[in-house]
Design a protein around this ligand. Structure first.
Ligand code: AP5
Length: 200
């Protein structure tokens, strides 16, 4: 379903544990966009007893595999359609070329891609640490390795595609969460979005 006229989408991409979710929370505080996490939406759906997709989502997530595109895009579109806001940070999507093409053609083309670029070892340590308390079914060493493989094989080509058309803003992300620079007013100015309040 096409997004309403004037909808602006920023994709937030990066490997597992690169800090996408953490940095999105900071961006939301600074700029007030709506944060949609594909992973969170899928986890919510998986836990919804009325969902017919719950078991399927669980099977894919447990293996670190990409959940079938129709499910993820349906959940994202529903949120976009139901929101009063028109600027969305979409975190963890698209993870594969077919998702990117489908969304660009049928929902809305992204204005910008934020790529959190982090070393594998750093990401791995973060996820193992989180796994001690998160209860996430995919924060164990076997699934973490599978998630890295999927990122390398399926998701990096998506980032490369957007790089080729000049839409990617790369953010080095090995440092502590406070030191990783996210986006600033300078970047917003470049995007020429006059209706955003850059003053605060
Ligand atoms: P998803 O939930 O998106 O997981 P992910 O991409 O593997 O990323 P994470 O949420 O684990 O990490 P993050 O980069 O957000 O980092 P975070 O800020 O949390 O996806 C999970 C699964 O859902 C997929 O495997 C797939 O099955 C399915 N799925 C998701 N999207 C899909 C799609 N589009 N299509 C189909 N299937 C999809 O930080 C991680 C940890 O590190 C935290 O503990 C945090 O506190 C810490 N941390 C963060 N930044 C720093 C820092 N700078 N310094 C120190 N610690 C830090």
């Amino acid at each position: 379903v096409k997004a309403p006229e004037g909808t602006i989408v920023i994709f937030v991409l990066g490997g597992p544990g690169s800090g996408k979710g953490t940095q999105c929370s900071k961006i939301v505080e600074d700029f007030g966009f709506v944060h949609l996490s594909a992973g969170d939406l899928l986890r919510e759906e998986q836990q919804n007893p009325n969902s017919k997709d719950g078991d399927l989502i669980k099977t894919f997530m447990k293996e670190g595999k990409i959940v079938p595109m129709e499910i993820t895009i349906k959940l994202l579109s529903k949120k976009i359609q139901g929101s009063k806001s028109n600027i969305f940070l979409i975190d963890g999507f698209p993870r594969k070329q077919d998702q990117a093409m489908h969304f660009d053609e049928n929902v809305v083309e992204p204005s910008l891609i934020l790529f959190f670029d982090c070393d594998k070892e750093v990401m791995k340590q973060r996820l193992l640490k989180r796994g001690e308390t998160s209860g996430r079914i995919d924060d164990n060493i076997e699934t973490i390795e599978k998630r890295f493989k999927v990122f390398q094989e399926d998701s990096l080509p998506v980032i490369k595609h957007y790089e080729e058309i000049g839409k990617v803003h790369r953010i080095p992300s090995n440092e502590s969460a406070d030191e990783c620079c996210t986006i600033d007013n300078g970047l917003m100015d470049q995007l020429d979005w006059p209706y955003l309040d850059h003053s605060s």
